[in-house]
Design a protein around this ligand. Structure first.
Ligand SMILES: [Zn+2]
Ligand SMILES: [Zn+2]
Length: 675
């Protein structure tokens, strides 16, 4: 029997329907659906079906010193028991196994994990590897007729990442949590990629807090020819207010055109989508990073787009682009495809990075709008439009820069008109607007309709949005195309950040401050970037997995030396930030601080630190992590709070006092109704 193993159930079903001459038989094995015909069985995994872990005796956080985890034994345990059992059953009967998991490092490891399970029950089995980037009939048939060897080095690279992440994450999470006294589901997680990412956000937040706004002024004049437009004083930001006033007071009512410079600006078409650019573009039209990736993965599994985890920004020359544009160019895309196909040559743009594993993210087949959910369609459309835009010509703008003299002061204005939309017609996202200036002549005299003296102040650097954060992570070598969006989701789930742009919570600031001071290796991107390089070396076969792991253990041991030397300071710093994190506002009865407290029965509430003299209190929801945000209720001077529950959208509870009053009111209303 020939056993084919794919990464997910959906891909197994689709691949079986492509390869089988007739509709394949659906057979349940150990509770797992498989697809069978003429001596062939296709089954899907559920991503990783095993995981690395420490033996049971290390489970007790209070009894086992976190440092012991650094050199503890590592075991593999089955996380998907049904699938493992089905693999064993089918593996026994198989003569040959084809690993058809996703074609990347993680996919190779997932395949090797499955192969190891099969080899344990069937020594003589042979295996090969199937590589593909899109789940379309042509590509799947071609891939299955050209199998290659399983790449054990590539899998080893993935495995070493798992091991190193486990050791660093578990040892440091346990250390920080026990030191802070936060156990159970309140633990404070630390991770090899997660922590340097969080440090980026915290460092930015601290820059914002340290920012001292500097006042300045700007001077504008509204001029009229046949249309109105605005000119700005040439100095831009004027730091000295008196000087600004002097200029403003002397301005008369006429402006003379002193300079005119006409130019044509070329706006080049964008490069093909890699994962980072795709997430950024999706995030600019309202998708979170993890949603964008989840939807893209579904579209890939259905065969509508190519594999969405890719660093490649150059289309492979093997694809017949003319044919693909024809295939996609139906329905709403018809006019765009027709216009592309009229171009003399199809020369796509190229990005900086070229790899050979996968193409950039691009459409693989056409799907009707009615067959997709609304958000799936929006992502599909984004991918199609980007694909088309990479073949289109540049956008052309007519740009006019004009200079004016108003009572001896120099003003300037800039106009831009789109002459030729070029690629922007295909890809109409984030389109800059026209700025129209009238047709001016040098020495022409204009009327100054209005003068404005505007006082402003400098703003702190802005917080990171998800799209921008993903890009910065990529630049710093934090995480991979497959993991970056997951890391961001984790920060939200752990209540380290809230909102978008991402805002770190007080506890996040406390954890990062302690680590930066006493164990800064884990907060810097250098270590994790060096590790990504090592993993590439493992994949090439030029470094041994064990060597890299041992080196990483030594580094972590050194971190623990540092932690041990500063234990008291770390404890104090963590505990004080946790006290800070509990403060909700000021008591209206006695002006003491209001804090989150635990009741004897384990519940929680907002209580007054003036207790027992003051008995002011407010109820809080029973479950979920409480995040105290910066937003203040103006009426009650209390911080708004959010409740984060795993697997649910965060609940914006708002001001706890307002929330309580509304609740009381709704109770009374209900009472009235029932009477
Ligand atoms: Zn009070
Ligand atoms: Zn309120």
């Amino acid at each position: 029997m020939h056993l084919m193993v794919t990464e997910k159930h959906n891909t197994a079903k689709r691949i079986a329907s492509i390869l089988a001459p007739k509709k394949p038989k659906q057979v349940r094995v150990s509770g797992v659906d498989t697809y069978q015909w003429d001596g062939t069985v296709v089954m899907g995994l559920s991503g990783h079906i095993v995981s690395v872990d420490f033996p049971k005796e290390y489970n007790n956080w209070q009894k086992v010193d976190s440092r012991e985890l650094v050199n503890a034994e590592i075991i593999t345990t089955a996380t998907q028991k049904k699938i493992v059992s089905a693999l064993r059953k089918l593996g026994k009967e198989a003569d040959h196994v084809s690993i058809a998991t996703d074609y990347d490092r993680e996919g190779e490891l997932i395949g090797v994990e499955a192969l190891r399970i099969i080899e344990k029950v069937n020594k003589g089995v042979t295996a090969d590897r199937i590589q593909y980037s899109t789940i379309t009939k042509t590509e799947i048939e071609a891939a299955f007729s050209n199998p290659v060897a399983v790449d054990f080095n590539l899998a080893a690279a993935g495995e070493s990442r798992q091991v190193i992440d486990l050791i660093w994450g578990a040892a440091l999470t346990r250390y920080i949590s026990t030191t802070a006294g936060r156990l159970g589901n309140q633990f404070l997680s630390v991770g090899r990629v997660q922590t340097p990412t969080l440090a980026l956000l915290v460092d930015r937040e601290k820059e914002r807090m340290a920012h001292v706004p500097k006042p300045y002024c700007e001077i504008f004049a509204t001029l009229i020819d046949d249309i109105e437009f605005q000119a700005k004083h040439k100095a831009g930001r004027i730091w000295d207010k008196d000087e600004g006033r002097k200029i403003f007071d002397k301005l008369g009512d006429t402006a003379i055109v002193t300079k005119l410079k006409k130019d044509e600006k070329i706006d080049r078409p964008p490069t093909p989508f890699n994962t980072t650019e795709f997430i950024r573009a999706a995030s600019s039209i309202g998708f979170t990073a993890s949603n964008a990736m989840r939807i893209a993965e579904n579209l890939y599994m259905e065969g509508f787009i190519s594999y969405p985890r890719t660093d490649n920004t150059v289309y492979p020359s093997s694809i017949d682009m003319r044919e693909l544009i024809q295939i996609i160019g139906k329905g709403p895309f018809k006019q765009y495809a027709e216009s592309l196909l009229k171009l003399p040559g199809l020369e796509p743009t190229r990005g900086k990075k070229e790899t050979t594993d996968h193409p950039p993210i691009m459409p693989a087949s056409y799907v009707e709008k009615s067959k997709l959910k609304d958000d799936e369609w929006r992502v599909y459309e984004l991918v199609v439009r980007r694909f088309f835009a990479t073949f289109a010509g540049p956008a052309k703008w007519a740009v006019i820069q004009a200079g004016f003299d108003i009572s001896g002061e120099e003003f300037k204005a800039r106009g831009a008109t789109l002459l030729d939309a070029g690629w922007r017609w295909y890809y109409p996202y984030n389109k800059p607007e026209d700025m129209i200036l009238p047709d001016l002549q040098v020495e022409q005299v204009l009327v100054v309709k209005e003068k404005e003296f505007v006082e402003k102040e400098t703003k702190p650097p802005s917080r990171y949005g998800q799209g921008r954060l993903i890009k910065v992570m990529e630049d710093l070598g934090l995480g991979t195309k497959s993991t970056r969006h997951e890391i961001i989701s984790k920060l939200y789930a752990r209540a380290y950040v809230h909102g978008n742009p991402l805002q770190p919570t007080k506890i996040a600031i406390g954890v990062i401050e302690s680590l930066e001071k006493y164990a800064d290796t884990i907060t810097k991107p250098d270590m994790t970037a060096a590790l990504e390089d090592d993993m590439d070396l493992i994949a090439e076969g030029s470094r041994a997995e064990k060597e890299v792991e041992d080196e990483s253990r030594k580094m972590l041991d050194a971190v623990f030396d540092e932690l041990a030397n500063n234990k008291e300071q770390i404890t104090e710093s963590l505990r004080s930030s946790m006290r800070e994190d509990k403060i909700i506002g000021t008591c209206e009865k006695c002006a003491s601080k209001l804090i989150i407290r635990r009741s004897k029965r384990g519940g929680r509430f907002i209580g007054c630190t003036g207790y027992p003299d003051c008995d002011f209190s407010l109820p809080l929801p029973k479950s979920g992590q409480i995040v105290v945000t910066e937003k203040l209720c103006e009426q009650h001077e209390m911080n708004h709070i959010k409740i984060i529950t795993k697997g649910k959208r965060p609940w914006d509870l708002g001001c706890p006092y307002c929330n309580y009053l509304e609740w009381q009111k709704s109770l009374k209303d209900d009472e009235k109704k029932s009477k």
